[in-house]
Design a protein around this ligand. Structure first.
Ligand SMILES: Cc1ncc(C[n+]2csc(CCOP(=O)(O)OP(=O)(O)O)c2C)c(N)n1
Ligand SMILES: [Mg+2]
Length: 345
């Protein structure tokens, strides 16, 4: 969807961001309850980027994403129940239970693949751009990746080819490195690049680049729309850097909910912030920022937000129960989709 933003659309975007938040929070609880075993990554703090970029795309566009993929798949409109079932490796999951969290994908929505191979999605989206360009249509392919991807050699080769061949690829770099602890500090791996200003990389290849506040729905939508229009017009690739500060719960190696489940009444009631979380609630949380914007312009009331919150919480509760109750794939199908070379002798 592109074009104008009416009240319905603004509410739909807020709802999408709330679904992602409640989905991710529920996942932490499901992990703690032993419902699945896998290293997993949360999109909390980056919801505005995924939700806004999807608004700049059309149904025929293609996407590839990373290990921080849940938010992208949900923002594009995937069913939360089928997504949760996939993470719990259930037969009813989006990928039949074979993908889990790291390969959670929705091919029906244009996702080519999701992978934890850092930088892999950049080459996949570039290849898709090549195919789309050769197909003669005006679709674009989109790569969502973290700042860490720009340490990988494949990223440079991909950007070079996309620029040389004028491929319709939108590169969305979600730079969440600010405040990251990194493996050296005992936390989740973070970027270690000698390039301090990442926009210099696409710029070197002659790819137009914009940096935006990744917590700001309107800013991300504006930059993504310009990038998409550039690609659709046959002008080659474009690059957007969406900057967010690292959310506290994604700093350690394993995700945490340091502030518990989000209390949406804190959007307008600041009496319970506590000093440690004050900056997050006032300046960082993308849902709070967007909801406050909609409140200020009179698009929604506090009652509307509370109703949306209750509806979203109910949706995720039902999705979670449905996923838990879903069967696992039969044991005899364990090797389906596995490439096993024929062994001699
Ligand atoms: C090719 C490759 N090298 C190393 C890793 C280990 N690793 C997992 S996540 C990560 C950091 C990723 O940083 P970034 O791309 O910025 O994503 P973020 O987690 O910050 O969103 C690394 C190095 C990997 N998965 N793949
Ligand atoms: Mg990062």
């Amino acid at each position: 969807m592109c074009g104008d933003w009416d009240t319905r659309r603004k509410l739909a975007v807020l709802e999408r961001m709330m679904i992602i938040r409640r989905f991710e929070e529920r996942l932490v609880h499901l992990f703690e309850a032993g419902e699945f075993m896998a290293h997993y990554h949360l999109y909390i703090g980056q919801e505005a980027t995924g939700a806004a970029v999807m608004e700049a795309l059309l149904p025929g566009d293609k996407l590839a994403t990373t290990h921080r993929n849940h938010g992208h798949v949900l923002a594009r409109g995937a069913d939360p129940g089928a997504a949760l079932a996939e993470i719990l490796c259930r037969e009813t999951g989006l990928n039949g239970g074979y993908g889990g969290t790291l390969h959670l994908s929705d091919p029906d929505l244009g996702f080519l693949a999701t992978s934890s191979i850092v930088g892999g999605c950049i080459s996949l989206a570039t290849g898709a751009g090549f195919a789309l360009r050769n197909g003669g249509g005006d679709q674009v392919s989109v790569a969502f990746f973290g700042d860490g991807s720009l340490e990988e050699g494949i990223s440079y080769e991909s950007l070079n080819l996309a620029a040389l061949w004028s491929l319709p690829v939108v590169y969305i770099c979600e730079n969440n490195n600010e405040g990251a602890v990194g493996s050296i500090g005992g936390g989740f791996p973070a970027a270690m690049s000698s390039v301090k200003d990442l926009t210099k990389i696409p710029d070197t290849f002659g790819i137009p680049v914009e940096t935006v506040d990744g917590r700001d729905v309107d800013a991300v939508f504006g930059a993504a729309s310009r990038a998409v229009a550039h690609c659709r017009a046959g002008n080659g690739p474009a690059f957007v850097q969406a900057v967010t500060e690292r959310w506290e719960g994604s700093k350690p190696l394993w995700p945490e909910l340091p502030m518990g489940d989000t209390d949406m009444t804190m959007i307008w009631d600041d009496t319970n912030y506590g000093s440690r979380n004050e900056d997050w609630y006032r300046n960082q949380d993308p849902i709070f920022l967007y909801a406050r914007q909609l409140l200020a312009e009179g698009t929604v009331s506090q009652a509307d937000i509370s109703a949306l919150d209750a509806e979203t919480a109910g949706l995720i509760e039902a999705a979670s129960q449905w996923a838990i109750d879903s069967p696992q794939p039969p044991a005899e199908t364990a090797l389906n989709h596995v490439f096993v070379p024929e062994m001699e002798g």
